[in-house]
Design a protein around this ligand. Structure first.
Ligand code: MN
Length: 288
């Protein structure tokens, strides 16, 4: 009977569709399983040696970037912790950051002994780096600079606070290191020994930035790129805050929630400015 035949055919065709769908799913699963090891091979796990080699290449770039962005001039330095030996770090020999090459990069232990100095001289203030790495296992990179715009905030009682979203990481009170508390009234202002380095590291606490009265600042990051990001935007935030203060009215800073929400994105956000800062630094170097 035609009326009974029609629904039967419909059922048949639906079940055929279901079988096709099942076959399709099975085929996708099968080929996905086949492809999985290939995809895994595309992203091989890097050895600590390979990661250190990449970090050293980025360290050379970081030197050029912080010089190009006006964070450092002839002075200042940037370091990165070793992945292979977390009790070691890499930093240039004593040289202006804009001129640093891979041959200048030296390895130090946390007692500031150079592993293979080959006659190369060390930065006088390297204790800043070693003493911070000792007490901050989360920190993978340290930058010390004489970042000009932060100096006024280190010598006055006006605190540096996040004025724009890019400075959100400044939300926890930015401490000011007073060298006279540890070194007395007759230092040359430089962190030239372990005791001064340890006092600066203690002042930094768990934060990202500490200002150094009449000297500059130290910034840290969970990665080299994050430290560079912090260094550039600390300088920029200080400049913008000083401009806002000159307007004379009431200033509205970021609140804790705003800072936390933007701060949570920083590890991803750093990639974009890093790429342009790198290109600019390289093209400026090529023009010199
Ligand atoms: Mn200095």
């Amino acid at each position: 009977m035609p009326l009974r035949k029609f629904p039967l055919e419909k059922e048949k065709s639906m079940s055929r569709k279901s079988i096709h769908r099942l076959l399709l799913i099975a085929a996708i699963s099968y080929f996905s399983a086949l492809a999985a090891p290939v995809l895994a091979q595309d992203k091989p796990v890097k050895t600590p040696e390979q990661q250190d080699a990449e970090n050293i290449a980025d360290l050379v770039l970081a030197n050029h970037i912080i010089a190009d962005q006006g964070v450092v001039d002839g002075f200042g330095h940037v370091s990165v912790r070793s992945v292979k030996n977390p009790n070691h770090y890499f930093i240039s020999r004593s040289r202006a950051p804009a001129l640093v090459t891979a041959d200048d990069i030296m390895e130090y232990d946390l007692d500031d002994n150079a592993i293979d100095p080959r006659g190369r001289s060390s930065y006088l203030e390297r204790f800043i780096h070693s003493e911070i790495y000792k007490v901050r296992p989360d920190v993978q990179a340290v930058i010390h600079s004489h970042s000009a715009a932060v100096i006024p905030f280190g010598v006055s009682d006006v605190p540096l606070k996040p004025i724009s979203h890019m400075g959100g990481f400044l939300i926890s009170a930015v401490p000011v290191f007073e060298i006279r508390e540890t070194g007395g009234n007759e230092t040359d202002m430089l962190i030239r020994n372990k005791a001064l380095g340890a006092a600066l590291a203690a002042k930094l606490g768990s934060g990202s930035v500490a200002l150094m009265r009449g000297h500059g600042d130290v910034v840290v990051g969970r990665s080299l790129k994050t430290a560079v990001f912090h260094a550039v935007y600390t300088e920029q935030n200080a400049r913008l805050q000083a401009e806002a203060l000159r307007l004379g009215g009431k200033i509205t800073f970021l609140n804790e929630v705003e800072a936390a929400k933007i701060g949570a994105q920083n590890d991803v956000l750093v990639e974009r400015p890093w790429e342009i800062w790198k290109n600019q630094a390289m093209s400026h170097a090529a023009q010199k």
